[in-house]
Design a protein around this ligand. Sequence first.
Ligand code: PEP
Length: 257
Amino acid sequence: MRKQIAAANWKMNLTIEQGIKLTDDLLSENIELQDHQEVIFGVPFPYLISIKEKIKSYKNYFVAAQNCYFQKAGAYTGEVSAEMLTSVATDYVIIGHSERREYFNENHQMLAEKINLCFENDLKPIFCCGEPLSIREANEQNGYVENQLKESLFHLTDKQLTGFVIAYEPIWAIGTGKTASSAQAQEMHAHIRNVMAAKYNNEVAESISILYGGSVKANNAKEIFGEKDVDGGLVGGASLNAAEFATIIKSLKTISR
Ligand code: PEP
């Protein structure tokens, strides 16, 4: 089975004490992950070292940065490079979250460059895509998302895209309490996989984990993650509560033994 992933996005929330407590509470649930399952903590930059230290002895638990800069190094006061993230043992980097595209004017080209820097530094990108409400209402979401994939991913090789992680996050569902129906999620995830199969091939497309993001909660995760092309979720608000996130992790597809 493809990797099934529950990824937390803490965004700009929690002090380090609160973040450590949340991580400890979650780990104390002792959720044993199967080989194909992963849990990722997307934490603020200053917490990466501490949270990595907490999770490093747990199988298939990883940390993600929520961003990196699109230049290698230099006079970019306040920015954090991919190389720096690798040097503190970061595993994944969330790239192109809609909040960054909107508030920090991140464009397709910058995101493509960030992804290249991730690969150069052995970091795994989690590439976010998804349409705003106006595009959904005009029923133009398929073309919109296809263009996001084309502009930021189509320069990559088959090898780089094998096992790659994409998060489909309809902007109208992020932090709004409004979730895409499981049917809407499945429809877009299948579309994303088809787009990747058409540009690359079936093998590459089938290997890509496509996460759903947008108001995933303990009470809807099982239904959404149960869809054929949904390989877990990128979770904001609900990842700030250990019990709720634990239920979300337990909603990932399992392989019966
Ligand atoms: C997110 O931050 O990527 C997200 C999906 O947030 P929420 O789960 O709160 O909608």
